[in-house]
Design a protein around this ligand. Structure first.
Ligand SMILES: [Zn+2]
Length: 131
């Protein structure tokens, strides 16, 4: 382990990686709603390293790249999802945001945007529901 002390980024739980970047040891910690691993430093600085493990996940993990892939490569959305997940899988949380109207996908430019109380896509100005 090196270079992990000079940061204010929070880490919930602990992990040890082998040379290939795979998790060899994982300790989850209780955070808001569940037992998870979450590493803000990895999310911000180490895109290929594990930054999140949901409560019910035993084997796998998520990296910043996974969050970005889920969110169409949009950093602001990926950041929001990363901040909010506290037990569930990011895909589940992401889908929920669409269902409850917090996020929408613009039919015109294809970008995801925060849609609560918003009439138009903030990126291209298309009205919601317009193609
Ligand atoms: Zn748009």
């Amino acid at each position: 382990m090196r270079g992990e002390d000079q940061t204010t980024d929070k880490r919930i739980g602990k992990r040890a990686l082998n040379e290939d970047g795979e998790i060899v040891e994982l300790e989850k910690e209780y955070y808001r709603q569940g037992w998870i691993f979450k590493d803000e430093y990895a999310f911000h600085h180490e895109p290929k390293k594990p930054c999140y493990v949901p409560e019910e996940e035993e084997e796998g993990f998520y990296t910043r790249e996974d969050f970005l892939a889920l969110c169409n490569g949009q950093e602001d959305i990926a950041e929001m999802i990363f901040d909010e997940v506290d037990w569930q899988h990011p895909e589940t949380y992401f889908d929920e945001q669409f269902r409850c109207g917090e996020l929408d996908l613009c039919g015109s430019c294809g970008k995801i945007f925060m849609s609560y109380g918003v009439d138009r896509c903030p990126y291209c100005g298309a009205g919601r529901g317009e193609e």
